[in-house]
Structures are given as structure tokens and as C-alpha cells.
Write a protein that binds this ligand. Structure first.
Ligand SMILES: Cc1cc2nc3c(=O)[nH]c(=O)nc-3n(C[C@H](O)[C@H](O)[C@H](O)COP(=O)(O)OP(=O)(O)OC[C@H]3O[C@@H](n4cnc5c(N)ncnc54)[C@H](O)[C@@H]3O)c2cc1C
Length: 593
């Protein structure tokens, strides 16, 4: 069975040495001292390792089953869900007015990471609930909040998000699900939604579906979409559960991975629904929670890579094949462990430097969300809005790539299900697709976010990198050469690409859109380069300050040097591609493919 242990030391390093969480002037951050976060992460790591990780293979092999209209989850899921609920893990950052613990989103994000690494499919049941909770919390009426949030905070009732229909995924303006107004102020919801994660299961008393639908007579296309609460069981005025609503599971989808999560076709037959927020403003309600939801999916990408990496390291130390070309390391053994080979090292360094950089990027994103929400900092809001498609798109693409790299360390054994490496890759793959396919993230970045408020946020991003380099250069020649110079070069590539879009995108939008995917990856590399420079500084300062764990900090510096030297130069390749414009991309007629 695959191993997993929570990398709490690294999580603490990011929260305290890099982000200096407890020193930040953000409500709730004064609670985040080292001892407190260590205790929380220790416990979430324990639950992940002892309870959730052993169920990962069970979920994969058993999957979910539809029996008499009800979905049965894999063996052990129900008990594990009770443990998660009882431990208060579903309520960490929820509003105390509705039973939550009111901790910062950063704490929630860090505590979630081990759960996602250990068992992504399982964790999605509470992840989707958190998304639905947030939408109701921001846009629901006080009565809706009182009715639904306390039970969703504890996950006694779970939540789902219903956007997709058979003929409409990316283009939600094509939606057909109808919401017909009733005399009592409710709506009658009819239509079919597909691919609904956690659509039904046996782990909660009630399921609160958030459904996008069109009110007849409203505006055409996306502007006519509204958001509704459609509970599986209607809720009586005293809060008890009433009759079954007109919503049922059509089937469970057979799929490539995350078998432990029920992906359902949901049929709505004149189900009772309650409008959330204003009519025809459903997409706005969805968008306000998108930064959080997409950050959560980005986390899934690197969290799967982390779990796969831990196993690859163990295997590389264990598997004996060939000899170290510079001389046998273990002459007494039949062969050396494969970790002696430079190509295995390259592979492991790619994984390690990505995962640690991605963790820092994600926690920084969570910190910016807290800053934006808790201090009304418009600059933080602008920055996280700009970087959200990068967090989602880059971290899930790379997360999958690294899970495949980890599989490669196992040779043929990585392809055999018994070792568990294929599951990491299969599970990681969906994160590139849902919550907006990655091509759409790139489109959002280049087509929308770059130009937002006259390009103010992207200019602020470049200014931030420039100031960081200026403030830290000239003190340590080796650090400049290893960290700051590569960051400067990569940031310049990114700026040049942005200029190319400005100069050529107006003439022909295809010039910008055919380079958008490269741009998203370039942006991701610059963000990870920036995080590595910050982590390098933190490690250097810790060593200079006499930190006792020199091995940890020296390893951190060496891993950072690797990323800067071997990964960051990818920006030059992406820039070269972008600068060729749309000509080669669009050269063929559709008939010639
Ligand atoms: C396991 C699983 C779980 C899911 N969970 C949920 C859920 O809980 N709730 C929910 O509502 N949905 C869910 N989804 C649906 C998911 O969000 C959609 O599949 C996704 O948004 C893409 O929509 P689509 O499949 O219809 O693809 P399409 O929209 O048909 O897109 C096909 C391809 O075309 C590209 N494309 C489309 N338009 C453009 C464009 N304008 N420019 C460039 N490229 C474009 C896309 O990037 C994609 O690569 C889930 C899907 C799966 C497989």
C-alpha cells in the first residue's frame, strides 16, 4: 500500500519562515503562532495518515454504487466522514455565527492539504460542501443562512454544485434547466445536470444542491442564469427534515479516477428550489467563490504530486538496478539503488522542487484571499484574482505531470495497479478538467485578467517582483546569481510576452489566444520562481541566524537552486512560442486535421 506522511515541517516553514503568518496585520492571524499551527497540522496529518490514506485504495477499487436510487460509498468512508466531522475539520474557517471556528482561510488550506494528498476522492465530499457553504454565505438571505449553514458547517448536510448539462459545460449560456416561479415565492426546477461530484451518497442526512437554472422570460444566454438551493429533503420551519424533493440520481458515471467520489447524473423533476441572491445574477454568485474553489483545485494538483513523490523517493532508495557510473555505492549488494542514477535524481528533483514551490504559491494565495476579505485590501483582491487561473491551471497541469514522473520511477511496477502509483496519476488528471478546463483558465488569464482595470493588477505584479529583487540584490553575490538573476530574466520574458499580446492581439485576437496556454505556464513558472526566491531568502536567514536544523534549510536552498536553474528557463521557450503568433497554429483548414 502506498505510504503518506504529512510534510508538516515544510508546511510550517511556508507559514512562518516565508509568510510570517502571525506577524501579519490581518484579523485572526495573531492566533496563528507556530505552536498553534503545529498542533493543528499534526492532528490533520494524523487523521490523513491513519484514517484517510488507508481508504484511498479501497475507494479506488470499490467505487460508489447506486442501489435503489441511493448511492453507497466505499467501505469505511462513512466512519471516516464521522471522524472528520467530529474532529471539527469541516468547520475551521466557517463563520462562528453559523457554528464555525472562524480561523483564517490560510489555516483551512494548510489543514486540508494532508486530507487531499491522502484521499482526494473522499475529501471532495467536504470540499464541495465548503464551496456551497461559501456561495450561500455570501449571497444567501439571512433566513437561508440560518436554515442551511449550521448543518453544512458540520457537514451533517453536504453540498453540491450543479452547473454542467449534457450539451453545456464551458458555455453555460446554453443551459436548459428551467426554474418556474411559484405563487409562494419558490421555484419549480426541471432539467438534467451531469457530472455532479458528490451528487448523492450515504454519509449525510441531507444534501443541499446548488443549481444554476434559467427563469423563463429572462435574458438570453449567460445573463439569464440564476442560482437556486434545491435540498434533497425539504426542510421544515423548525429545521427538521420534511418530504423528499423532486431530485433523483439518474446514474453514476464510470470514470478514469476519483472512484471514491460519486459523479452523478442528477434529474430535477419539478423540484422545489429557492432563489439565492438576485434573479439572473447566478453567474456573479458563482464567480465570487471561484478564487477559493480554483485555489482548492490547484491544491489537489500538487497534493497528489506530493503523495506520489513520497512513494517515488522510498522506491528509488529501495529498488536495486545498475551501478553508480562514478563507482559502486554498495559493492556488497547485487546492485545500487536507483536513486544513484542522475536521471532518477533529475526526475525526483523536478517533483520535489515543483511540490514545495506549489505549496508556497498556494498558501500565499490563501493569505491573499484572507487579506482581501478580512482587510478589504483591493490590491490583494486584484492580485489573487489575476493569479487564480494560474494557480488552478499551472498547478494541476504540473501536478499531473509530476504524478506521472513519480510513476516513471517505478518502471513497469508503476503501471501495475498493485503499487498504487497509477491511482495518483488517474486521480490528479481530473483537476486539469473540472472547475473550468485548463484551456479556459488560460483564456481567462489572457482574455480577461490581464486587461482588468486597465492592466493595473498585472502591472502591480511586475512591480512587486521588481521591488523584491531590488530590495534583496547586492548583499550576497551567490544568492543574486542563483536566485535573483534567474527570476529577473523570467519576469522579463513574461513582460515581453504581455507586450506581444498588447501589440498583436488587437490586430488579430488569435495571436493572443494561441499563446494563452504558454503564457499561463510562463506565469506559473515566474510565480514559483518568486516563491523559491522568497523561500531561499528565508532559508538563508534561518541558517545565518543559527537555526539548529541546518539540513532542512540547506536542502531547501539546494532545491531552490535546482528550480531556478532547471525549471525557470522554460519561460524562454514559452516566449519563443508566443512570439510566433497564430500563423502556424491556425494554418490548417478544419478539414485537414
Ligand atoms: C469527474 C468530474 C466531476 C465533475 N464535477 C462537476 C460538478 O461537481 N459540478 C459541475 O457542474 N460540473 C462538474 N464537472 C463538469 C466539468 O466542470 C466540465 O466537464 C468542464 O467544465 C468542461 O465542460 P465540458 O466537459 O462540457 O467540455 P466543453 O465545454 O465541451 O469543452 C471541451 C474542450 O473545449 C475547450 N473549449 C471550450 N470552449 C472553448 C473556448 N471558447 N476556447 C478555447 N477552448 C474551449 C475546453 O477547454 C475543453 O478542452 C465534472 C466533470 C467531471 C469529469
Amino acid at each position: 500500500m502506498p505510504i503518506y506522511h504529512a510534510p508538516t515541517k515544510d508546511m510550517q516553514f511556508v507559514m512562518h519562515d516565508v509568510l510570517k503568518a502571525s506577524e501579519q496585520d490581518i484579523p485572526g492571524y495573531d492566533e496563528l503562532d507556530r505552536d498553534f499551527t503545529a498542533a493543528v497540522l499534526e492532528e490533520s496529518g494524523k487523521l490523513a495518515t491513519e484514517v484517510l490514506a488507508p481508504l484511498n485504495t479501497v475507494g479506488d477499487t470499490e467505487g460508489c454504487v447506486l442501489e435503489n436510487g441511493v448511492v453507497r460509498t466505499p467501505t469505511g468512508f462513512k466512519e471516516a466522514f464521522d471522524q472528520m466531522r467530529d474532529g471539527g475539520w469541516t468547520a475551521l474557517d466557517c463563520d462562528p455565527d453559523y457554528g464555525g471556528q472562524g480561523l483564517p482561510y490560510l489555516m483551512h488550506t494548510a489543514a486540508q492539504e494532508p486530507f487531499v494528498s491522502a484521499n482526494m476522492a473522499f475529501n471532495m465530499y467536504q470540499g464541495l460542501t465548503h464551496g456551497a457553504y461559501t456561495a450561500i454565505h455570501i449571497h444567501g438571505s439571512e433566513q437561508q443562512k440560518q436554515t442551511y449553514l449550521p448543518k453544512m458547517t458540520t457537514c451533517e448536510w453536504t453540498g453540491t454544485m450543479n452547473l454542467t448539462e449534457p450539451h453545456c459545460g464551458t458555455d453555460l449560456g446554453l443551459m436548459r434547466t428551467k426554474a418556474v416561479p411559484q405563487d409562494d415565492g419558490t421555484y419549480q426546477i426541471s432539467g438534467q445536470k451531469i457530472f455532479i461530484s458528490a451528487g448523492d451518497h450515504d454519509m449525510a442526512e441531507n444534501i443541499i444542491h446548488l443549481v444554476l437554472a434559467k427563469i423563463p422570460g429572462g435574458p438570453d444566454g449567460i445573463k439569464g442564469v440564476s442560482l437556486f438551493i434545491v435540498p434533497k429533503f425539504l426542510v421544515n420551519e423548525d429545521g427538521s427534515l420534511g418530504e423528499r424533493n423532486g431530485v433523483s440520481v439518474g446514474k453514476i458515471e464510470e470514470k478514469m479516477g476519483i472512484h471514491g467520489n460519486s459523479t452523478c447524473v442528477m434529474n430535477y423533476d419539478e423540484a422545489t428550489g429557492y432563489l439565492v441572491g438576485e434573479a439572473h445574477k447566478g453567474m456573479r454568485a458563482m464567480f465570487t467563490m471561484m478564487n477559493e474553489a480554483r485555489l482548492g483545485v490547484g491544491l489537489q494538483g500538487y497534493a497528489q504530486a506530493e503523495a506520489a513523490y513520497q512513494n517515488a523517493v522510498a522506491y528509488a532508495n529501495d529498488r536495486l538496478q545498475g551501478r553508480d557510473v562514478t563507482g559502486a555505492k554498495y559493492p556488497e549488494k547485487a546492485a545500487d539503488p536507483i536513486i544513484v542514477h542522475p536521471d532518477i535524481r533529475r526526475n525526483l528533483m523536478d517533483q520535489k522542487s515543483f511540490v514545495e514551490g506549489a505549496r508556497a504559491f498556494t498558501y500565499w494565495g490563501a493569505y491573499l484571499i484572507d487579506r482581501a476579505h478580512k482587510t478589504d485590501d483591493a490590491a490583494a483582491e486584484g492580485l489573487i484574482s489575476l493569479m487564480t487561473p494560474v494557480i488552478k491551471g499551472f498547478l494541476t497541469d504540473k501536478g499531473f505531470e509530476m504524478a506521472v514522473n513519480a510513476q516513471q520511477v517505478y518502471g513497469g511496477h508503476g503501471y501495475i495497479e498493485e503499487w498504487g502509483m497509477s491511482q495518483f496519476a488517474r486521480d490528479a488528471r481530473i483537476a486539469m478538467i473540472y472547475e473550468g478546463a485548463n484551456g479556459i483558465q488560460a483564456l481567462d488569464l489572457v482574455g480577461r485578467k490581464l486587461a482588468q482595470e486597465g492592466g493595473k493588477h498585472v502591472m502591480a505584479f511586475f512591480e512587486m517582483i521588481k521591488t523584491f529583487i531590488k530590495d534583496n540584490a547586492g548583499q550576497d553575490a551567490a544568492f543574486d546569481k542563483d536566485f535573483l538573476d534567474p527570476l529577473k530574466a523570467a519576469s522579463k520574458d513574461l513582460q515581453t510576452a504581455g507586450m506581444y499580446f498588447m501589440q498583436n492581439g488587437m490586430k488579430n485576437p488569435n495571436n493572443a489566444l494561441s499563446g494563452s496556454y504558454d503564457f499561463m505556464h510562463m506565469f506559473g513558472h515566474v510565480c514559483l520562481g518568486y516563491m523559491w526566491a522568497r523561500m531561499g531568502l528565508a532559508a538563508r536567514d534561518a541558517l545565518a541566524g543559527g537555526a539548529s536544523d541546518t539540513r532542512f534549510y540547506e536542502t531547501k536552498l539546494a532545491t531552490g537552486r535546482y528550480y531556478m536553474a532547471r525549471q525557470l528557463p522554460a519561460t524562454a521557450m514559452h516566449l519563443a512560442r508566443i512570439q510566433t503568433g497564430a500563423d502556424t497554429v491556425m494554418a490548417l483548414d478544419a478539414a485537414n486535421f
